[in-house]
Design a protein around this ligand. Structure first.
Ligand code: HMH
Length: 202
């Protein structure tokens, strides 16, 4: 099954991850700065976890998938530097501990090291396609958050997601179970940012 068929098979679950209240609040500007900051700090951790997962996946990926995975790794390293700049500009501490949803997502990625390549590639495509569609929902984004909305909606990122789709399809990806696991982790991640009382204060 082509991986994009998963989106049609699970439309409501997909909507939950890509039209989440976090994103509509990024669009209309009603998102509290504390919720955004929580997301930013936790997402920087997630990207570091993703970089490790993807590096290990590259090491065992078939030849045709290597170029897109390697290109993605370089982009993730640049993204980490970008997160560091954004955090510094906002006065955020990137060494803050992982919140439960971030830790659970890291555990999912670690479990996927033991999954066969088609499953792991389906997971990676789902991870990135979620962000492409989610931030597209937030377009054009309130001025305070616009740079972030643009980051994950530029043509280059859409092209990367298309490359991952081709790589997953070439090895017979399109597995429901891992798709659902990743989408659930994405919903939990947005939920975490909205509900982090410690950052939002009283
Ligand atoms: C939680 N999912 C999450 N963070 C990200 N940065 C992406 C996906 C895309 O890399």
């Amino acid at each position: 099954m082509p991986v994009t068929e998963l989106l049609q098979r699970h439309p409501e679950i997909w909507r939950g991850a890509t039209a989440h209240p976090f994103l509509t609040a990024v669009r209309d500007g009603s998102l509290p700065a504390g919720a955004f900051d929580t997301w930013l700090v936790q997402d920087a951790r997630f990207v570091a976890d993703l970089l490790r997962f993807q590096a290990r996946l590259l090491a065992r990926a078939p030849r045709p998938a290597q170029a897109v995975l390697a290109g993605g790794l370089v982009a993730l390293v640049e993204e980490l530097a970008w997160f560091e700049e954004q955090a510094a500009a906002r006065g955020l501490d990137l060494t803050a501990p992982a919140l439960p949803a971030t830790a659970a997502y890291a555990e999912l990625l670690q479990r996927l090291d033991a999954a066969e390549v088609p499953v792991a590639l389906t997971a990676l495509w789902t991870i990135e396609r979620t962000y492409l569609d989610a931030w597209t929902t937030a377009l054009p984004g309130a001025p305070a958050y616009r740079e972030f909305v643009e980051h994950w909606t530029v043509p280059g990122f859409a092209g990367y997601v298309a490359g991952l789709e081709a790589a997953a399809d070439a090895v017979g990806g399109g597995r429901d179970a891992v798709f659902l696991d990743v989408v659930a982790a994405e919903v939990a991640f947005w939920d975490m940012a909205l509900s982090d009382a410690a950052v939002q204060g009283p």
